[in-house]
Design a protein around this ligand. Structure first.
Ligand code: HEM
Length: 417
């Protein structure tokens, strides 16, 4: 069976503004899970795709990583942006990150950075991350009693952590933050570069390229003890990584490594403010921090989607998918699936089990998941142990996006010990 009639609800996937409107988004996703869980979406300027909204189907597709591969369409972009990306790659200045790749190449490239994110590395980093968490909560106290939690705190803490892991100088943090915002924020008027045209997006990519090409050259000449050196000097089958692979590795670590975590931290704090009984529970019992962090990640789902493309004719939930057609994995929907989560629209700091798909699943499972969890754990442990009161001081504002995003502004009033 293959129903290619467009369900109006499925238009949310091809509309960046839908992600800035939680109510509209979840109404549409709830409808699709119940009535059209493998929905055809044909909405210009995007090429058509199948939207997958059930948790079990998202996991099954990610598990079948030979039947559903990341090339050539790992994420939703307009047809023109997809074409430009291909041209850039052919010209040697495009991006081919881990999320664009399939095994066996993917596995080899992933292995170059993976030691830096293993539990042992995380344990070694914990003291430093705790120190930074304290520094940012001190900053919050100093600038209080009001702040914009996103722009004053949530952006800076994970940016600082990932930049120091990479070994980049502090003077460059601001630049990396702006480039990341422009890359993920191409659909948002406040974030996009200039007019947000394809040329403007290309200029962002070229800036990343120029910055990281210099970094590669310098780390190859003078290796240091940081992740940037590990990437620059990594070998695949005895050969150094190509320029595209090196720059792409930096770009994914630098960008995925902080924007996503900022979204989970700020959305997590908003959920606590909107659910004061949960905030109080967590303050009374800090032993719940592990499950609370997991619930914040499920609740916010900062990465909205990834895509896969079928290598053979196949079916998902009885719907025919032809070889070469793409499926859109709607993580936001999977994380509210009534068949998996009891009372999915309740924010529950003790939720257990919590098998969310916010970090994906399978061979592409988020490389930095343990780091993100540790950062959130440190920040919320420090913050909640010192927090005496907190309330909204204005209206929270969500980013328009189809890919990565969360709160742009979270005005709060608070008192801290
Ligand atoms: C709350 C924060 C984060 C969320 C929600 C998140 C989410 C994701 C998701 C959904 C994927 C794709 C998984 C898949 O296709 O199955 C991914 C991949 C990835 N993430 Fe994260 N991430 C977060 C933090 C981080 C951090 C801190 C880093 C640090 C470097 C990071 C680095 C990566 C990398 C390198 C990949 C590609 C892995 C691969 O393709 O093999 N992420 N992340």
């Amino acid at each position: 069976m293959s129903n290619r009639t467009m369900d109006e609800a499925a238009r949310v996937f091809a509309d960046p503004k839908a992600y800035a409107d939680d109510v509209r988004l979840h109404e549409a996703l709830t409808h699709l899970r119940a009535n059209n869980p493998v929905a055809w979406v044909d909405n210009r300027p995007y090429r058509p795709f199948w939207a997958i909204t059930k948790h079990a189907d998202i996991m099954a597709i990610e598990r079948a990583n030979e039947l559903f591969i990341s090339e050539p369409r790992p994420l939703l972009a307009t047809a023109a942006a997809d074409d430009l990306a291909k041209e850039q790659l052919a010209a040697g200045t495009g991006l081919r990150t881990l999320i664009h790749m399939d095994d066996p190449h993917h596995r080899k490239i992933r292995a170059i950075g993976s030691d830096w994110f293993r539990p042992k590395a995380m344990r070694d980093l914990k003291v430093r991350v705790d120190e930074l968490a304290k520094r940012y909560v001190d900053k919050m106290r100093d600038i209080g009693p009001e702040c914009d939690f996103v722009t004053d705190i949530a952006v800076h803490f994970p940016l600082y952590v990932i930049m120091s892991l990479l070994g980049l100088p502090e003077d460059d943090y601001g630049r990396m933050h702006k480039l990341t915002q422009e890359m993920f924020g191409g659909d948002d008027d406040e974030y996009k570069r200039d007019g947000g045209s394809l040329e403007d997006q290309l200029a962002v990519l070229l800036d990343f390229f120029a910055y990281f090409s210099k970094l590669t050259a310098s780390r190859r000449e003078h290796p240091t003890d940081d992740l940037a050196s590990a990437i620059a000097n990594g070998l695949i089958d005895g050969e150094p990584l190509s320029d595209v692979d090196t720059v792409s590795y930096y770009v994914i670590v630098a960008s995925a490594g902080h924007d996503t975590t900022k979204d989970a931290i700020s959305g997590g704090l908003l959920a606590l403010i909107e659910n004061p009984a949960e905030l109080e529970r967590l303050q009374r019992d800090p032993g719940l921090m592990g499950t609370a962090v997991e619930e914040m990640v499920r609740w916010t789902t900062p990465v909205k989607e990834f895509m896969r493309t079928a290598t053979e004719d196949t079916t998902v939930r009885g719907v025919d998918i032809a070889k070469g057609e793409s499926v859109y994995l709607a993580y936001v929907s999977g994380n509210r699936d009534e068949e998996v989560f009891t009372d999915p629209f309740r924010f529950d700091v003790s939720r257990d089990p919590n098998k969310h798909v916010a970090f994906g699943y399978g061979i592409h499972f988020c490389l930095g998941a343990a780091l993100a969890r540790m950062e959130m754990n440190s920040l919320f442990t420090e913050l909640l142990s010192r927090l005496e009161s907190i309330e909204l001081a204005g209206t929270p504002e969500l980013q328009a996006t189809t890919f990565v995003g969360g709160l742009k502004h979270l005005p709060i009033r608070y008192s801290l010990k």
